[in-house]
Design a protein around this ligand. Structure first.
Ligand SMILES: [Zn+2]
Length: 353
């Protein structure tokens, strides 16, 4: 969990993934045969086949499996540095503004990180009237207060600097809780499934192209471009998915259940998973005694959609981690589901012919 904790607390919003990328590049040393960073900033790490694919496979060109885990998290860029020293922000990725009151934030400037407080402007609760108290602020109403003189703020902070919410990573019961588990759990899963393969001396007939993508939260941008480079035969997007199983949520809208196993996304708002790949994942899971659950996400998409539509089209599927309170800073993932996803991904890669 130490790696997941570091991934969860390293800031990286769309287009500002540098710190997360540096962390991943260090962690994957020795796991791959070739590692490169593409022009947009996605990491493409290739591990060559270590076994023959069998009689019907041309060993000179093994099946290319692309794994996509996005590195970026939802966050903000500084939009305006006020003459009063307060910052205004522009969101990169979809926030629920109801989660954005009274938050500590980090402003990453060229000269170093500054802590700040994020709050809507206007009156405190003691002075607000009944109507004002009901109002949920828009993101344009939010201010970052750095507690510094205006001149100092203006000298150090620039438009475009990254702003992220500050939140520790914590184990809560049988779960991991923190921010941007969407999608650092997937970065963790790719690294840990590869480590498992190496540690167990397991072989794989496919060529693994592990891609840590950029800018997913603003439209799957890194997945689309990196899939054009990789030209995979099979694309597997790995991401979190909704787990709406808390009191007050109708059973038919659960999407997934926490602790119910690795989620196999039949379809979401942007892609329909290849049914043969769904069958492969279920067969591999059954053989390994790994718990899975099927799910359909009505709205929203993942990198899978970007890979599926790249070039002449790719067979693609999504492996998902059930996550409660998604897109808040207390995203919650059950450790059993996380381990089920890791074991399933490792077993699947060993199974591809
Ligand atoms: Zn995601």
């Amino acid at each position: 969990m130490e790696l997941l904790a570091r991934l969860s607390t390293t800031p990286g919003v769309p287009g500002r993934e540098d710190r997360v990328r540096d962390l991943i590049l260090k962690e994957i040393e020795g796991l791959f045969d070739e590692v490169s960073v593409d022009p947009m900033g996605s990491v493409i790490a290739v591990r060559k086949a270590t076994a023959s694919g069998g009689a019907d496979t041309d060993n000179a060109s093994p099946t290319r499996v692309m794994l996509a885990a996005h590195m970026d998290q939802i966050g903000f860029l500084v939009r305006h540095v006020g003459s009063d020293g307060f910052l205004r922000v522009h969101n990169v990725g979809g926030f629920d503004p109801r989660n954005l009151f009274a938050r500590l934030v980090n402003v990453a400037t060229e000269g170093g990180d500054l802590p700040g407080v994020l709050n809507p402007g206007g009156k405190p609760v003691h002075l607000a009237n009944a109507e004002e108290r009901k109002k949920v602020p828009e993101i344009t109403d939010l201010l970052v207060d750095l507690g510094l003189p205006a001149e100092q703020v203006q000298a150090q902070v620039k438009i475009g600097d990254m702003v992220t919410l500050t939140q520790p990573f914590t184990l809560v019961g049988n779960t991991a809780v923190g921010q941007c588990l969407d999608n650092r759990v997937a970065c963790w899963l790719v690294i840990e499934s590869l480590r498992k393969i190496v540690a167990e001396g397991a072989t794989h007939a496919c060529e693994i192209h592990a891609v840590f993508t950029v800018q997913e939260e603003v439209g799957l941008r890194g997945a689309i471009t990196s899939a054009h480079t990789v030209r995979p035969d099979i694309g597997i997007g790995i991401d979190t998915t909704l787990c709406v199983d808390t009191p007050g949520s109708p059973e038919d809208q659960r999407c997934t259940q926490q602790g119910g196993g690795a989620a196999l996304t039949v379809m979401d708002g942007a892609s329909i998973g290849d049914p043969r790949l769904l069958a492969d994942f279920e067969r591999v899971a059954a053989a390994g005694g790994i718990k899975t659950q099927r799910s359909i996400l009505r709205a929203g998409g993942t990198d899978t959609a970007g890979i599926q539509r790249a070039g002449g089209g790719t067979r693609a599927f999504t492996l998902s981690v059930p996550t409660r309170y998604i897109h808040s800073v207390t995203e919650m993932v059950h450790l059993d589901d996380l381990h089920a996803c890791r074991d399933l991904l490792a077993a699947y890669l060993g199974d591809v012919k």
